[in-house]
Design a protein around this ligand. Sequence first.
Ligand SMILES: Nc1ncnc2c1ncn2[C@@H]1O[C@H](COP(=O)(O)OP(=O)(O)O)[C@@H](O)[C@H]1O
Ligand SMILES: [Mg+2]
Length: 416
Amino acid sequence: MEQSKADVPPTKEQSAYEKLKKEEEDKVKVEADYSSGGESDNETEIIQLDVPKSYIKYKLKPKVIGDNKITFYDAEDVEFYNRVLPEPLLIVWLLSKDSKLLYTSKRFFESGWKNNIQVYIRETHKFDLVVSQEGLSRIYYDGKVVEKLPDCVIPRLGANVDYFSLAVVRQLEKAGVMMLNPISSLLVSKDKMETLQQLATASLPIPKTMIARFPIEENVTNQHFSYPLILKKSSGSQGKGVMLINSQEHLSDMGDMLDQSKPMIIQEFISKSSGKDLRVFVVGGKVIGGMMRIAKKGFKANFHQGGYVRPVKLSAAVEWLAIECARLVGLEIAGVDILIDHDSYKICEINSSPGFQGFELATGIDVPQQIMEFVKLRSGVWKKTSTLNQQKNVVLVPVSAEHVELGKSQSLPQDK
Ligand SMILES: Nc1ncnc2c1ncn2[C@@H]1O[C@H](COP(=O)(O)OP(=O)(O)O)[C@@H](O)[C@H]1O
Ligand SMILES: [Mg+2]
């Protein structure tokens, strides 16, 4: 039987939210920048956008992004992002090292509101954590006891995550908060060597890699690697700390120059992939999309190195590879970087808090919306009746979700 929306009576939260939505129906037309990706730097045009009148005072810089026309208000006045929803269905904390409101956080806020999900930024260094024989007894934020834990925490801490931030993630997770991504996966993914060790256990395709040790053991490096090779920090991001090394002398010289307390890895250079790679976005065990990143110059394809981005349709095999990588590391949200060798793909690294400015521009896929959908699913929110209910919600998949009957019914012919 088909289940209609009317089967589920609106909750108190939904009615308060509906009221807010009604207030936002009073709209004005403003000009917005529309960019749809591409290989020119100036592919933006101005289009008209309907914006709730009550938003205008926050000095918006409205944008419309990608082929699916994602609306992004991008308010200059950060007061906009301090907005509190009347009765949210869920509370989500973005765990961050600072309070800087960049593209990713602003997009999370705006997407949360659309789903009646209240997003707050919580800075890791403002926490105090107490444990005692009574258990994980107290969590303080900004000197005040946290009375009500959020429904979900999304750590956005990057590869250089510090001891303190990890302790915050661990305590919240142990206190029963849904952690996307969990602490165990952050510990693996922050370390490129550990990630590759994990992938190697499943014989997944990776570039040959070893931990760098200086002075180098020439016998070993020469046996396994030829030049040029890649030398990179085991924890790094945005292409910083990744170098191409042309000769043994060059490698030795680098060893003399580098801070040897920071772990480095030596890696086979996949020359066929020079200046381009695939970025596959995985959310909740599912690929939400993929893009090709192409460097303007040099061998690093990172968007933040000033590269181009282009949407790609991924084969089922590449999707499987990316999902398998995320699963082996334990990530629910993952950006998997894949190098393209002569005849096969090789996993470069896996990011636990991937940025998505370039990805949204290239693919038009609304990343925070996909993440919010997953948070709603995992917390059984569509059956939730009260925000005061601190009990764990069962994951129940609504029947109407993805259950569309296609085509005619078929049956085997009956034997006479
Ligand atoms: N072994 C390699 N062979 C070819 N290109 C590589 C290799 N390792 C890294 N790169 C290039 O450098 C970029 C950055 O490297 P990556 O390991 O992903 O570091 P980061 O964490 O800084 O993004 C990659 O996106 C890729 O374009
Ligand atoms: Mg990378």
